[in-house]
Design a protein around this ligand. Structure first.
Ligand code: PRP
Length: 225
């Protein structure tokens, strides 16, 4: 299975340090996460098929560039995946964005599918599937299964991810070997509560401000209202 990790540059490590810091305020988390998301999405877009495109420059010369050769859409796994829509929409303002609402049970960690709204011609498109957290892999497996049921080709799915556990990668790649996973970090392991280590806490809560901080030791804390 194609698994691509962003180059672990000093800049990326600095972004991760700020984003993962348990006491980082929401605005710090979001600003740093958006930079990482942008890098991940750029790398995802680089996995797609392109054809040549020549343009005339203002000085009358020809530049041989490229353009996407096949239709594309994105699908976010609600809720945390919606965090990736903001940067994507800046990069590709016209891209169709489907949604799949999957929530992991807080106790059992098992995912449940509640809702799905996808572009009607999704079977003809490549799909950037946006889900920042790949922990046990249950949510990602369920989402990919939904896409394939709608006729999407497995090799046309590019999974845009921020943190991935080795266990989750193994599970997804065993079931769907032709899905490409692009991640900014392959983590060390999952702990007994199915949190990634070193991890980041609950990405959705931190991005959307439904928690006061990252919590201690990756545990969730009650939302501050
Ligand atoms: C979290 C996270 C992923 C999922 C990953 O979502 O955002 O969607 O768990 O875990 P898995 O790989 O073990 O399935 P959660 O269901 O808590 O919802 P949220 O997006 O609202 O945070």
């Amino acid at each position: 299975m194609p698994l691509i990790e962003l180059p672990q540059t000093q800049r990326l490590r600095a972004l991760h340090a700020e984003m993962r810091r348990a006491t980082a305020p929401r605005e710090t988390f979001v600003a740093n996460a958006n930079c990482v998301i942008r890098n991940v999405l750029e790398l995802c877009l680089d996995q797609l098929p392109y054809c040549d495109r020549s343009v005339q420059t203002p000085v009358g010369a020809t530049y041989l560039g490229a353009e996407l050769d096949e239709p594309l859409c994105a699908v976010s796994i609600v809720r945390a995946g919606e965090s990736m829509e903001f940067e994507l929409s800046k990069m590709l303002p016209a891209i169709p964005i489907g949604k799949i609402l999957i929530q992991r049970d807080k106790i059992t960690k098992q995912p449940r599918l509640f809702y799905s709204a996808l572009p009607e011609d999704i079977a003809q498109r490549h799909v950037i599937m946006m889900e920042p957290m790949l922990a046990t892999g249950g949510s990602a497996l369920m989402a990919i299964s939904e896409l394939l049921k709608k006729g999407v080709q497995e090799k046309h799915v590019v999974f845009a991810n921020i943190l991935a556990s080795p266990e989750g990668i193994k599970r997804v790649s065993a079931r769907y070997p032709h899905v490409t996973i692009v991640s900014s970090s392959i983590e060390q392991q999952l702990n007994q509560e199915a949190f990634m280590i070193p991890g980041i806490g609950d990405f959705g809560d931190r991005y959307f401000g439904t928690i006061s901080s990252g919590g201690q030791n990756g545990q969730q804390v009650e939302a501050a209202v």
